[in-house]
Design a protein around this ligand. Structure first.
Ligand code: FHN
Length: 455
């Protein structure tokens, strides 16, 4: 298993322990049922959109129910869109009346969210977009409208400051929508410094733009132009799982297709696909692994879509039994296991997360060099017999039927941190290929004919 070039400060160990967050994209755009960007993507009339937004009044918004669902589903933190690109604010901002506090709901949705999720024992995060499609200066930018841009930037900084001042401890902050600006336009480095004074332990993502004048702040391409690969505490690969060797990372994914807020007639990804995303994040990324933040777009009335709740609860039930293989795992693609599924580690334990249950009573690992103390079918708690002959481990007594509809897990308890031999470490595509030539040479001849004999 590759190690990364960084250690996780104690103040952020909650993040790797958590592994699994809930992203919540919610705003007046949910009324349209065509995604969170409908205003821009369909070039809607701004005044009509604003009227519809101001009259939006979600009668079933119940953040305690949201938090209870998130907890039962195994999420350990959450992140709510406080303001998306449409400009509508879900908190009582002193800098605008375009908010849930001043318009129809007369409620501070962010306050209710942070209170409910903290009460449920989850860490709380806030999402904030640099974009505000209502403002011409956002599009003109500092070169064409320096005065207008200065007002926009002041508005953005003031809103971030009030969010980090008025709502207690915020654990996590997800900036979004850097394009087409950069860290100098946004003065994001200065803003981050102010944020850390207000909330010293906060984690801030990498969507802060990149600097054309500051050494080292470069764009990494990533999910969107302007994601810095040095500024920010965690990387944010979007709709993909991509390992960042230099800092923590979190893959943000939807449970549906591409859009983040509620869509009428949506098509939903199957539960095993969503669970595999979480396990893949835990498996990859060196000793820290990576996080998954899985999105839900609540309906306009404030309820979670039942299709999301069903999938989330299935994963929650799986995590109740198998969570030790995911939460706080130490990353972990130790041995060659792709023909059966994925694997993670935690301390001296190797977790075999089985995607393909083939009904055979035995399972063989061919490259684990660490002595094994015990083997358990975690799904049922059943102890399993095993034989270890050098680098070969034979696990016996597996039931013919898979013990769970999702992924069964076998826990291999080792005498020390599990490690693999060179083949297991380097697999097929790494290292010196001639190391494997002996394996071909010893087992048959060198010719292309079936009997291996040169002609
Ligand atoms: O444009 C947004 C999109 O609506 C959504 O909020 C995602 C979530 O990470 N971020 C942007 C697209 O990269």
């Amino acid at each position: 298993m590759k190690t990364t070039g960084f250690t996780v400060p104690d103040k952020w160990k909650w993040f790797t322990e958590s592994r699994y967050g809930m992203f919540i994209h919610w705003g007046p755009y949910a009324q349209y049922g065509r995604g969170e960007q409908v205003l821009f993507r369909e070039h809607l009339d701004q005044s009509e959109y604003a009227q519809k937004a101001c009259s939006w009044n979600p009668e079933h918004y119940d953040p305690e129910l949201w938090a209870d669902t998130a907890k039962k589903a195994g999420f350990k933190y959450a992140c709510l869109t406080t303001r998306h690109h449409d400009g509508y604010c879900l908190w009582d901002s002193a800098y605008t009346d375009y908010s849930s506090a001043k318009q129809a709901p007369k409620r501070d949705f962010v306050r209710e969210y942070v209170d409910a999720f903290r009460k449920a024992g989850l860490r709380v995060g806030l999402y904030y977009s640099w974009i505000d499609w209502r403002l011409p200066a956002y599009f003109d930018g500092p070169d064409k409208d320096p005065e207008g841009w200065e007002k926009v930037r002041t508005y953005l900084h003031n809103q971030v400051k009030e969010l980090l001042t008025n709502y207690g401890r915020i654990d996590y902050f997800f900036f979004d929508g850097v394009w087409p600006r950069n860290a100098d336009d946004l003065q994001s480095v200065e803003l981050v410094e102010m944020m850390r004074e207000l909330q010293p332990d906060i984690m801030i993502n990498n969507r802060l733009g990149y600097s054309q004048v500051r050494e080292g702040y470069r764009a990494d391409g990533g999910a969107g132009a302007g994601d810095s690969d040095t500024l920010g505490d965690f990387g944010t690969p979007e709709h993909l799982i991509s390992v960042d060797q230099n800092r923590l990372w979190e893959s943000c994914q939807v449970a549906t297709w591409r859009l983040w807020s509620h869509v009428f007639g949506e098509r939903w990804r199957p539960t095993d696909y969503l669970l595999d995303l979480l396990i893949e994040c835990a498996e990859k990324g060196g000793e820290h692994g990576g996080n998954l933040i899985l999105n839900v777009g609540p309906m306009a009335d404030g309820q979670f879509p039942p299709e999301f709740v069903q999938r989330a609860m299935e994963i929650g039930r799986w995590l109740e039994v198998h969570g030790e293989a995911v939460y706080g795992s130490d990353g972990g693609s130790v041995t060659e296991f792709i023909t059966r599924g994925r694997q993670t580690t935690r301390g001296n334990n190797l977790y075999l997360i089985i995607r393909f249950w083939d009904g055979r009573p035995v399972m063989r690992l061919a490259d684990l060099t660490t002595p094994v103390k015990s083997v358990t079918l975690l799904t049922t708690g059943q102890d399993l017999e095993f034989e270890q002959n050098g680098e070969e481990l034979i696990i016996k007594g597996l039931p013919s039927e898979p013990p769970t509809k999702l992924f069964p897990v076998i826990r291999v308890e080792c005498e020390s941190k599990p490690i693999a031999n060179q083949w297991g470490r380097e697999r097929l595509w790494e290292g010196d290929p001639s190391r494997v030539a002996a394996w071909a040479r010893e087992q048959r001849g060198t010719s292309v004919f079936a009997d291996g004999i040169e002609r």
